[in-house]
Design a protein around this ligand. Sequence first.
Ligand SMILES: [Zn+2]
Ligand SMILES: [Zn+2]
Length: 271
Amino acid sequence: MITSDFHMHTSFSTDSDTDPEAMVRGALEKGLQTICITDHMDRDYPFCEELGENAFLFDVDEYFRKLRGLQEKYAGQIEIRIGMELGLQPHLGGFCREVTKKYPFDFIIGSLHVLDKKDPYYREAFSELSDAELYERAFEETLKILDNVDAFDVLGHLDYIVRYGRDKEKAYSYAAFSSCLDAILKKIIGMGKGIELNSAGLKYGLGFCHPHPDVLRRYRRLGGEVITVGSDGHKPEHIAYEFGKARQILRECGFQYYTQFAGRRPHFIKL
Ligand SMILES: [Zn+2]
Ligand SMILES: [Zn+2]
């Protein structure tokens, strides 16, 4: 059993209304031993009316105060780690280094959420691109990010862009994007970082977690070992979403261990 969920959001994220304590209680109900709360921090997220000013930013001091309180309250019941999902863009290397140095985070997920100053969640913002072109663009941008930003521990939801395609995975396979995907995986391994298995892909109606098992297998074959497991839940009921399946996928792809982080250091747990 996978006993930790290393990707979840609370009301510190613009896209969640869930009180952090409700996530802790939800994790206890699911029988987890460890969670890492990873709220969104997306500097230079493009302004949109719907979300208003300062979307996907939070007060880090307040965040630590709140989560430290929960660590104390639930000590002996569940281990609560303090993380962040940091939105990566090629020009944000300095900001990312600063914010991750200033605060004693346990774990940083680095994720692409903005592409060419637009959020691909809004597929119509890329109406001129076919699905295949959009995916290629996102993978190229990921590579560019990796050349410019290093203040993170694992790359989040590597092929999440496929969620937003008009026909989702129809235009997607490892083979179709192998040169870009291989370059990303090799770069990540060379940087001494990892990736995550993000089970939200299943929740979004795709037939796979992120990244696709063919990408996971390739990562393992290239020597990749660091892999955290996260639901990307924004509500208590999403915690540890399909983790039984996630474990099975990891084993089938050649992994014997999954990874947790504390104080930005990886720990390997037998699957
Ligand atoms: Zn994300
Ligand atoms: Zn997330």
